[in-house]
Design a protein around this ligand. Structure first.
Ligand code: ASP
Length: 584
């Protein structure tokens, strides 16, 4: 037997027991006649003591152990003289009577401690060592628990977990496909799924009215921070449901996860239309842990002689409660913030509502006290508040104001990671115009159904058509999104038409789905959650990479296995791929 217990479970109650532990050497310390060894495994750390006087040889052997050696220790559980409150096993230690080195280790390239000295790159290269650290272990445990509870909830609600293939052909979710060349069919390619979208819809046609899968998806997108080329979704689909049924079911899932995994009762979900979200928060995923909604001030500010406002499509303000005491320097910093190239505003106008009810603004030249009072009135600003205003082209200004609002939320401490503000954003537009390709793109995906009352607009004003599409948002993060699908072959055909597919192209790419719809497709809809992101939200951090055992770096590389990499000419040959050597 390698071990009787693990390194995290021995307590005062075990005192006097003879036990065997196995694990990794976290560190050893020599203290005169005693040597202490911290032994680590997945479950924790246990202190082992070696007494020079009792067994000099054993003590000598312990001193020779290097960091990360794998050892087995036999001994007796005794009470510790000085207890360590910081660890679960801190009340006891093991008085060693036998030590076996199971394997030696080279000195690791960084310290395997909660706070490590290893830089990001180095830790990615030696991910298997980084994974020994407790913070990462906690993250993977959290991820496991979330997956497990997801399965439990969905199983209780009669969902079946059904696998769908990874070697498929293109599914249009708006990104590029990763492709896999076929050896058996030279010149032909599989595509890796961007999501199992079409398969889950086919399962509905097959009568599996509640499907889910915790599934890997692949999207060849230009990498941004916090994106992974392969990521995991909780992918779900239901038949014979309307939008409310889907929202209720998955609000239930997320509520269940918060309760079981975090012990938190989620507050009620708000529901907001896309139009409202954009108008009031300049974002389709507003952080509702705090208020500070946008107030449009065109009427109050235009035609008063201030050129910047007069020329603007939109003049919009937010009211930062209690921030009238911002200093010149703080206000200058805010101006610098909105002027950063990533944000792109030209400038920032402020107006302080002083405690005595007078106003002080950066545009006093153009606006007298009465004019400023009308802003404060519209914005419901009280003495002590600070009004911040941006102006310009509508869409861009809203985006900039979204950034400023979030920044003010940070500065005023309104974005507590332990508060959760869940929200459904509904009624997304069906289509969005793409200037580059001069065509409509599906805002969600081509299978999303238009609102029934907007069907008539499809021919005349397609840009005005709203969709039965919804996103779940918590604290400004989009956790998931989905839609009620088109199940009528004629509407689906029209949709492909609007998206600029010729009949032939549509048939070639989606003939199978349109074919299936001829054989009794039930009304259906679904949703998919970003599982990595869900874990990150639960863990209270931003980086999804910390919740993936073996992630890629920001450049889409796996530094540990060195991928992507070239393959041998023979292999290429077999695949029928000619390599064009640019040196020739
Ligand atoms: N397939 C969609 C996505 O990956 C989700 C859905 O519509 O169910 O975003």
């Amino acid at each position: 037997m390698y071990r009787t217990h693990n390194c995290g479970e021995l307590r005062i109650d075990n005192i006097g027991e003879n036990i065997i532990l196995a694990g990794w050497v976290q560190r050893t310390r020599d203290m005169g006649g005693m040597t202490f060894l911290d032994l680590r495994d997945r479950y924790g750390v246990t202190q082992v003591s070696f007494n020079q006087e009792v067994n000099a040889n054993l003590c000598m052997a312990a001193r020779k152990l290097g960091r990360e050696y794998v050892v087995q220790v036999e001994g007796k559980v005794i009470e510790r003289e000085s207890k360590n409150q910081n660890i679960d096993t801190g009340a006891i230690e093991i008085q060693a009577s036998k030590l076996t080195v199971l394997n030696a280790s080279e000195t690791p390239p960084f310290t395997i401690e909660d706070e490590t000295d290893g830089g990001e790159e180095l830790r990615m290269k030696y991910r298997y060592l980084d994974l020994r650290r407790k913070p990462l272990r906690n993250n993977l445990e959290l991820r496991h628990r979330l997956g497990f509870e997801t399965r439990r909830y969905l199983d209780q609600h009669r969902f079946l977990e059904i696998e769908t293939p990874y070697l498929i052909k293109s599914t249009p979710e708006g990104a590029r496909d990763f492709v896999v060349p076929s050896r058996m069919h030279n010149g032909e390619f599989y595509a890796l799924p961007q999501s199992p979208q079409t398969f889950k819809q086919l399962l509905m046609v097959s009568g599996y009215d509640r499907y889910f899968q915790i599934v890997r998806c692949f999207r060849d997108e230009d990498l941004r921070a916090d994106r992974q080329p392969e990521f995991t979704q909780i992918d779900c689909e239901m038949a014979f449901v309307d939008q409310d049924d889907v929202l209720n079911t998955f609000e239930g899932l997320v509520r269940h996860l918060f309760k079981e995994v975090k012990g938190i009762e989620l507050p009620e979900y708000k529901i907001m239309t896309y139009e409202e979200a954009m108008r009031l928060y300049g974002s389709d995923k507003p952080d509702l842990r705090f208020g500070m909604p946008f107030v449009e001030l065109n009427e109050e500010t235009q035609n008063k002689g201030f050129g910047v406002f007069d020329a603007a499509d939109l003049v919009v303000g937010i009211c930062a409660k209690g921030a009238a005491d911002y200093t010149r320097k703080q206000l200058d910093k805010l101006t610098d913030f909105v002027r950063k190239p990533q944000i792109g505003a030209k400038g920032l106008v402020y107006c302080k509502v002083n405690e005595d009810g007078t106003f002080k603004s950066s545009v006093d030249k153009f606006f007298d006290q009465e004019a400023l009072a009308s802003w404060a009135d519209k914005m419901d600003a009280q003495p002590g508040d600070l009004i911040l205003i941006l102006a310009g082209v509508k869409e861009a200004t809203r985006k900039q104001m979204n950034e400023l609002r979030l920044e003010m939320g940070n500065q005023l401490g309104l974005r507590n990671p332990n508060d959760f503000a869940p929200l459904w954003v509904v009624d997304f537009p069906l289509l969005e115009w793409d200037e580059e390709s001069k065509r409509f793109h599906a805002m969600h995906h081509p299978f999303t159904s238009p609102k029934k009352e907007h069907l008539g607009l499809l021919d005349t004003d397609p840009e005005k058509v709203n969709a039965n599409a919804y996103d779940m948002v918590i604290n400004g993060v989009e956790l998931g999104g989905g839609s009620i699908r088109i199940h009528d072959q004629k509407i689906q055909s029209k949709m492909f038409d609007l998206l600029g597919f010729t009949k032939d192209e549509a048939e070639k790419q989606f003939g199978f789905l349109m074919g299936a719809f001829k054989y009794g497709a039930p009304p259906h809809g679904g949703i998919a959650f970003g599982f990595d992101r869900l874990a990150a939200i639960f863990g209270g951090t931003d980086s999804i990479r910390d919740y993936i055992a073996f992630p890629k770096n920001n450049a889409g590389r796996d530094l540990m296995i060195d991928s992507p990499s070239t393959i041998a000419p023979d292999q290429l040959n077999e695949l029928g791929i000619d390599v064009i050597d640019s040196n020739e």
